[in-house]
Design a protein around this ligand. Structure first.
Ligand code: BG6
Length: 468
């Protein structure tokens, strides 16, 4: 008689990091309570609630702040071996620096201890799009003093939690606040200013390197990394003009963070591009040395969708604000597979291409898939008579990506785990609760009641069998 394990085709290495990822603003709730200061999301919601889908703001999230005991039990039930959460900087330091909120320390200590008691390893991220408002008032990542405040905050976290947390991350997707906050308007301060965008990017890289330096000085015995959305840029064709367009997009959106984080230096071609356009950031003499010496131990890779580009066909008005799209046009591939709710292309092989790129061009640094997931609107329509959401589409999505992860692994990629986005349905920034991503549903109308979805049971089996 064949056992389940024999039937499985895609078996992963022993101790593979199976788990999920989350972020403070998206799940904690109590955004103005328990001593927490405002972050940019609290402020933005207060001043422009209309920007948020159905007017639901960051206070009305899945309430992990009070429901974490139940949630950690659910993590156990769904097979989690690890869980990534982020610490809220504005909960730790309501003003961004200075007075510390003891309740925050108690809260994160309890989370870490409860996870460990349940044999779930905490992976802790320090920054997930959530600038404290007091720091934004000082210019956010545009400002050097904010970099110093961040390093102080990071150092405090290492001191309080570093005896038990052995995997740290300095940022989640640091290109996103650059793009969304300073080019395309989806994050506060919603500017369109390439010069500031470059400065914000540079300071985020510097802040990461400085936090890594502080972490290493403390000799706490863990690893520290960064989480990047290394969206591959695929050219429309092999024509040199399309290839060049793809290379430029890759330099701007991927290598701007990947190279300094892993190799300790910015790509020459990127520096040349910025120099030609007169957009080099301001920096101090020792900054490049700090970046060079403090590269990551570990790389988290978030993957949702590819980027497809083609040669720039119509040159924009030279007097219009400078945008990265001056170098390329986005290309909508005919017949692409699409998640219609989020509008994102589904291209499973992208995850393999990223892993191969890291293997071949980035020293095969230790890495893991730190986010992958599918957001679906109106999921209640898939509820069965027992109230369980039958999300087969999500199971298929994960399996189709995991097959490619498995292939990369077999070919020598140093990939150590797979975290889904996300654990419970959570609050998705401007989209609020429009698209649901969780292994577990949250009923906002019924005291945030949690119910494991079909994918949650699938995940448990996946982990138990170490594959599928
Ligand atoms: C990732 C982020 O980029 O994508 C998450 O790290 C985010 O914070 C996730 O929630 C899904 O995107 P969205 O916008 O649909 O929530």
């Amino acid at each position: 008689m064949s056992t389940d394990v024999e039937k499985n085709k895609y078996i992963f290495p022993k101790d593979f990091w199976w788990g999920s990822a989350s972020s403070a603003t998206q799940m904690e709730g109590f955004s103005g309570a328990e001593g927490k200061g405002k972050n940019i999301w609290d402020y933005w919601y207060e001043t422009e609630p209309n920007r948020f889908y159905q007017g639901i703001g960051p206070d009305n999230t899945s309430q992990f702040y009070t429901k974490f005991f139940e949630d950690i039990q659910l993590m156990k039930e769904t097979g989690h071996k690890s869980f990534r959460f982020s610490i809220s900087w504005s909960r730790m330091f309501p003003m961004g620096r200075g007075d510390i909120n003891q309740k925050a320390i108690d809260f994160y200590n309890t989370i870490i201890n409860t996870l460990l008691e349940n044999e779930i390893e905490p992976f802790v991220n320090l920054y997930h799009f959530d600038m404290p408002m007091a720091m934004q008032d000082e210019g956010g990542w545009e400002s050097r003093s904010v970099v110093e405040a961040y390093v102080e905050y990071a150092s405090t976290c290492f001191e309080h939690f570093g005896d038990r947390v052995l995997k740290w991350f300095t940022h989640n997707e640091p290109i996103v606040p650059v793009e969304c906050g300073y080019l395309y308007g989806h994050h506060y301060p919603a500017l369109c200013d390439f010069e500031k965008a470059v400065q914000v990017g540079f300071h985020s890289v510097l802040a990461s390197a400085k936090a890594i330096q502080v972490y290493r000085d403390k000799e706490l015995g863990g690893k520290i990394g960064i989480i990047l959305n290394v969206t591959p840029s695929y050219p429309r064709s092999n024509h040199p003009a399309d290839l060049e367009a793809a290379e430029k997009a890759d330099l701007l959106f991927n290598r701007s963070f990947l190279d300094p984080s892993v190799k300790g230096e910015f790509p020459e071609k990127l520096i040349d591009m910025l120099r030609v356009e007169n957009f080099l950031p301001k920096y101090e003499a020792e900054d490049l040395d700090i970046i060079r010496k403090n590269t990551v131990d570990l790389l988290g890779i978030n993957y949702y969708q590819p980027r497809r580009v083609k040669e720039k066909e119509n040159m924009p008005n030279p007097n219009a604000p400078f945008m990265p799209e001056r170098y390329f046009d986005n290309y909508d591939m005919p017949g692409k597979k699409l998640n219609p709710y989020r509008g994102w292309e589904i291209y499973e092989k992208g995850i393999y291409d990223i892993l191969k790129n890291i293997q071949q061009n980035y020293g095969n640094i230790e890495c893991f898939i730190s986010e992958n997931g599918m957001g679906v609107e109106s999921e209640e329509r898939f509820k069965d008579t027992n109230g369980v959401i039958q999300d087969d589409y999500r199971i298929n999505f994960y399996e189709d990506h995991l097959k490619w992860v498995h292939k990369a692994l077999n070919e020598g990629a140093n990939v150590k785990g797979f975290h889904v986005w996300t654990f419970t349905d959570n609050w998705s920034w401007l989209n609020s609760y429009k698209n649901r991503y969780g292994l577990i549903s949250v009923d906002l109308q019924n005291d945030y009641k949690r119910t494991i979805k079909k994918s949650g049971y699938w995940f448990k089996k996946l982990v138990d069998n170490n594959g599928f």
